[in-house]
Design a binder for this molecule. Sequence first.
Ligand code: HEM
Length: 503
Amino acid sequence: MVIITVLIFFVLFCYLFRNKNGIPTNWPLLGMLPALLKNAYRIHEFLIELMERSNLTFHFKGPWFSNMNLLLTIDPTNIHHVLSKRFENYVKGPKLYEILEPLGDGILTTDSTLWLYHRNVAHSFFNHPKFHQSLVDVTWKKVKNGLIPVLEHVSKHNIVIDLQDLFLRFSYDTMCTIMMDHDPTSLSVDSPDFPLLKAVADMAHGAFIRHAVPTWIWKLQRWLNVGEEKKFRQGWKILDNFIYKCIDRKREAKAKGASIPSKTNNKDQDFEVSYDLLTFFMDNEDKNTNDKFLRDTITNFFLAGGETTSTALSWFFYLISNHPKVSHKIKQELNSIMIQNDDNYEMIFRNFKEISSKLVYLHAALCETLRLYPSIVFNPKTPVEPQILPSGHRVNSNTEIIFNTYAMGRMKSIWGDDCNEFKPERWILEGRMIKHEPSYKFSVFSAGPRSCIGKQMAFTQMKIVAAIIIQNYHIEAVEKYHVPTMSMVLHMKHGFKVRIFRS
Ligand code: HEM
């Protein structure tokens, strides 16, 4: 009797989970959920296979009791259509606004007039003449007083360190300074407890789960305040406390008459130009600028820039550690252009804008890293009016269109047969110029009017950090292979443990 029952279950299991040519079956009531559950543990590979087998676009239908109606696409013509050509018809929409509720009314989740307001202000801030120098100053100061002391310490004592955690702390310290004129100094030799790191990670994971399960499930969990939703709420509270404290601190400083933005007269000339987003908003205050509005605005920029840059740096060093020839070429390039002075490369940061344009091979290696490991993997959009996409798929306001940049970077039909190889050379023309790839093909920074506004900032920071480390240290990974997490941001699942040697 037991054997018969087991056999029946086995047959039923095989029947349920069978699929045709790797394409998920759309079951009555359950939709394609069984295939999703079966492959949840290998979601990135599953999506690559799915995209390959379905000619780059697949309509995924969830169970009848869910509102999952997803069009997964990495077809460049669809991406161009949605993000650029018919931009006004595709919005972030109310579902995403609800899922990412801690972002409030900031740039990442709003649409139309409010988004445009944020975008214009952000444009003025990022293009202000003071911004670039301030960015380089803040980054250099953190490298000198935070990153280098830690690298020196771990190399001297042969300590294994998690480079991913290190870069995360680096990013948070610099983002907080640039956004709020406050350095939490989380990057230091004793690696102090910094609850914000875990808070943001819990929120990102919670948001991913909210996206993956039917809405009523996470809403029920939220109401009961259990599981991922409990962690999500706790993380949100920690984030809010942190941001509101920074706003209060700034208001107090302003009330006391601190000149903002200011030129600080630091003795060692580290930090010449101080220029931050919070001050920028407060100085241009209008009726909208209450504390909640400032909190939403700052939170969005802070989260958009914090984990993305640090994640890209982690994957970059992972790839470099497995490709010594690439590392060697970057070092040669650096040697050929760096003006070494007594204080170890400080001079280059004073002229970083000029020098950066000469770091062609390093730039190519960073692009290649992002192609294989894009920091943000999923980019969802919702149609306002029904449309037929260039691929022939029909979409309407109930369809969620999702671009998957991880699968896109690994498609033979887009990047050629060697798409899985790490080859910075594919980005270089005639040995000395960066090959431009259209943003609907290389869409890791998104495309069109809503493309990433911090792209240049990210490249500047990544180049400074990469240059200093490659020039002065040798990185040896403890484990040769690493896999990404399932989250909104593509972290390394088990961190990136390395040994560091002075070169
Ligand atoms: C390697 C680093 C980075 C990557 C891969 C990246 C990627 C992206 C992507 C894919 C989007 C589109 C998101 C969407 O529409 O849902 C985006 C938007 C955005 N990014 Fe970045 N980003 C990076 C660094 C930064 C930095 C350093 C900042 C600085 C604050 C920043 C600020 C923003 C903002 C404000 C938006 C929203 C733009 C809008 O909606 O108009 N990003 N980024």
